[in-house]
Design a protein around this ligand. Structure first.
Ligand SMILES: NC(=O)c1ccc[n+]([C@@H]2O[C@H](COP(=O)([O-])OP(=O)(O)OC[C@H]3O[C@@H](n4cnc5c(N)ncnc54)[C@H](OP(=O)(O)O)[C@@H]3O)[C@@H](O)[C@H]2O)c1
Length: 251
């Protein structure tokens, strides 16, 4: 139960969905402090409040170097260092190939690729030797799905970072792994992909047939695997992509 006792973690995108569930799980397993980061200051504050006194909410945009510097300073001010970094913040937007604007391209890559890259690079000096870094990609990165070329390519880039960073950080015994969720019931479906209740119900119906486990994931089912990759129980797991998709992309 207490695999994270005395440990400090940073979860980007920790105000909602998979990030929030992961922050909750880290705290439930003994983490001394969990920093959560997201852009909307009110949502970060209320999420940190819900997580309890060992959670610290910081409003920051992972696509902004200045925000990441401010985040780093706020961790340093408390005298903390990091044992776990879950680079989870991301957005999902559909794009119509043939009518995609440069602004759509830049927004998605700024958050999903540049944001992940600099979230981790900017925290390197705060990471303890032996720390665990977990990146959130998606099974979209290994599939071809209509109108998702930007999102899918951004997630393929994230998966690639784990391969190289596992080598780059070898001298410091920092492990870097990727988690690739399948479709998970979070606000990204409505907020990012614009799905209404009817569309989500239709997706539920599709996944019941198409997924070996017969259902959409709940955020807690992804969080428990993030915990495994962050914990000493995965001490010989490095550079991988762990798909948590109920088998959807594996068959
Ligand atoms: N749900 C799925 O089906 C699914 C499947 C595969 C992979 N994923 C990945 O899982 C990750 C988490 O998504 P979720 O499903 O949990 O969605 P979510 O509930 O919408 O959570 C996304 C989180 O990221 C934050 N965020 C977004 N852009 C940010 C930025 N520029 N800077 C800082 N924080 C930012 C959001 O807060 P603010 O908006 O306030 O910034 C929120 O806290 C994403 O990387 C997503 O691509 C999700």
């Amino acid at each position: 139960m207490n695999a994270f006792e005395g440990k400090t973690a940073l979860v980007t995108g920790g105000s909602s969905g998979i990030g929030f569930a992961s922050a909750q799980a880290l705290l439930a397993h003994g983490a001394a402090r969990v920093y959560i980061v997201a852009r909307d200051a009110d949502r970060v504050a209320s999420a940190a409040h819900a997580l309890g006194e060992r959670a610290v909410g910081v409003a920051a945009d992972v696509a902004s170097a200045a925000d990441l510097a401010r985040l780093k300073a706020s961790i340093e001010e408390r005298g903390d260092r990091l044992d776990v970094l879950f680079a989870n913040a991301g957005v999902a937007h559909a794009n119509a190939f043939g009518a995609t604007s440069e602004a759509e391209f830049d927004t998605l890559f700024d958050i999903n690729v540049r944001g992940v890259f600099f979230s981790v690079q900017s925290m390197l000096t705060l990471l303890n030797d032996g720390a665990s870094v977990v990146l959130n990609a998606s099974v979209a990165g290994i599939k071809g799905m209509p109108n998702l070329s930007l999102y899918s390519a951004s997630k393929a880039a994230v998966r690639s970072f784990a391969r190289t960073w596992a080598v780059d950080l070898k001298p410091r015994a920092i492990r870097v792994n990727t988690i690739s969720p399948g479709v998970t019931r979070t606000p990204i479906l409505a907020g990012g992909l614009g799905m209404d209740a009817e569309a989500i119900a239709a997706l539920d119906g599709y996944l019941a047939g198409a997924t070996p486990t017969g259902r959409m994931a709940e955020p807690e089912q992804i969080a428990s695997v993030v915990l495994f990759l962050a914990s000493p129980g995965s001490s010989h797991v490095n550079g991988i992509e762990l798909c948590v998709d109920g088998g959807l992309a594996q068959i």
